[in-house]
Design a protein around this ligand. Structure first.
Ligand SMILES: NC(=O)c1ccc[n+]([C@@H]2O[C@H](COP(=O)([O-])OP(=O)(O)OC[C@H]3O[C@@H](n4cnc5c(N)ncnc54)[C@H](OP(=O)(O)O)[C@@H]3O)[C@@H](O)[C@H]2O)c1
Length: 245
């Protein structure tokens, strides 16, 4: 599965799942825009890692919750690489609160990054992505699990799943596919942060294999979905969770 000649934007690629996606797409031959919000050193390390195996990448700062910064992410990618074939809307945040403790700020930040960021990046893809392109959005398997304290986060991801379905028939005539990946628990800062070892262990036992997912488990499926063999899949949400739900 070669991505030679293709250009990918991976949002939130400085750490966690996005970092691994950027590295694997580059190993397959894509040139990669490594987006980050504030972790500049980590984004530079991802670029360095890619360059060390002969790949090409550039770190591009942009807060995806701001439409003008999303526009700049696309214009800088075009200036640097000349085209855009793959957009992975991976950037996201997750904070857990019982409904009684959710503030307006918590609600607005989650929707601004997880939903607005994804939506306006799709709008930029409609303007700038080459025919034959692929968009992959990020949901979560938690949206099917009805767990307490996840209401705001899961609501944002429900919106992402729905906008993925809605946009499939707008992107189809441009020969662009758009799908959504819904990981289960993956061992990154987003999942591990603030959880006790006991709670992490209980999540580990919820899937078929008794382990947490690793970023590679998700990046491997991203590689499948951006390949030319997957172009009859569009408008779908694909759970990648080791049988969690
Ligand atoms: N880990 C899991 O268990 C899990 C499960 C299901 C779904 N997911 C989804 O998978 C995606 C990646 O999660 P992860 O676990 O890899 O998270 P992570 O380790 O916390 O990394 C998050 C990434 O998003 C970036 N980011 C955050 N806010 C941003 C913004 N406003 N603009 C641009 N980039 C921003 C961060 O950049 P900076 O470092 O610069 O802040 C970082 O690179 C998310 O959409 C998440 O909801 C994760």
């Amino acid at each position: 599965m070669t991505l030679d000649g293709k250009v990918a934007i991976v949002t939130g690629a400085s750490r966690g799942i996005g970092r691994q996606i950027a590295i694997q797409l580059a190993k397959s031959g894509a040139r990669v825009a490594v987006n980050y919000a504030s972790s500049r050193e980590q984004a530079d390390e991802v670029v360095k890692t890619i360059e060390q195996f002969g790949g090409e990448a550039a770190a591009i700062q942009a807060d995806v919750s701001k439409v003008n910064e999303v526009e700049r992410l696309f214009s800088e990618t075009l200036t640097r690489f000349g085209r855009i074939d793959i957009l992975v809307n991976n950037a996201g945040i997750m904070e857990n609160y019982a409904i009684a403790d959710v503030t307006e700020d918590v609600f607005d930040r989650h929707f601004a990054i997880n939903v607005k960021g994804t939506y306006f990046a799709c709008q930029q893809a409609m303007k700038h992505m080459s025919p034959g392109g692929t968009i992959l959005n990020f949901s979560t398997s938690v949206s099917g699990a009805m767990l307490p304290t996840y209401s705001v986060y899961a609501a944002t991801k429900g919106a992402v799943e729905q906008l993925t379905r809605q946009l499939a028939k707008e992107f189809g005539p441009k020969d662009i596919v758009i799908n959504c990946i819904a990981p289960g628990q993956v061992a990154t800062e987003l999942f591990l942060g603030g959880k006790s070892p006991e709670l992490i262990d209980s999540f580990r036992k919820m899937n078929a294999f008794g382990r947490l997912g690793e970023p590679e488990d998700i990046a491997n499926v991203v590689e499948l979905l951006v390949s030319d063999k997957a172009r009859w899949i569009t408008g779908q949400t694909i759970r990648v969770n080791g049988g969690f739900i």
